[in-house]
Design a protein around this ligand. Structure first.
Ligand SMILES: [Zn+2]
Length: 150
């Protein structure tokens, strides 16, 4: 379905990130018209930028393309549960729906940790759908970290 195909693109970005030696996380932003307006994978190492998470880079590109600091009505597909930094940015940019793959017990900020969207300071709360292609995303992350340890 349409649904899966957007996550497929996010998974492609995650694969590409792994090939660059980055933590394999990918994100795609879809406009209210159903058009992919930005896609990105992690580039924290390449950019020497701790904020270079897939979601942040995709939101930056989408905002630049739209000429706006907000993306109302847009959907975000990301292969891993967003961290608190990304969750906060997602709220500020007014993303309508977040679809994510694997849960992140270590660094996630939506279903665990600070639960950013449940916080009273969260001015905008998107709809959240988890576990979308979660197994594939998790397998990729596991393989990546296993290769780093060997
Ligand atoms: Zn993040």
């Amino acid at each position: 379905m349409v649904f899966t195909s957007y996550m497929e693109q996010a998974l492609e970005e995650a694969h590409a990130a792994a090939k660059r030696g980055e933590v394999p996380v990918g994100a795609v932003i879809v406009s209210p018209e159903g058009e992919v307006v930005a896609r990105a994978g992690n580039r924290t190492r390449e950019l020497s930028d701790p904020t270079g998470h897939a979601e942040i880079l995709a939101m930056r590109d989408a905002c630049a393309a739209l000429g706006s600091e907000r993306l109302p009505g847009h959907d975000l597909y990301v292969t891993l549960e967003p961290c608190p930094m990304c969750a906060s940015a997602i709220s500020q940019v007014r993303i309508a729906r977040v679809y994510y793959g694997a849960a992140d017990p270590k660094s996630g900020g939506i279903a665990q940790g600070p639960r950013v969207f449940s916080h009273p300071q969260s001015h905008h709360v998107p709809e959240v759908y988890d576990g979308i292609s979660g197994e594939e995303s998790e397998a990729m992350l596991r393989a990546f970290f296993a290769s780093k340890r060997s």
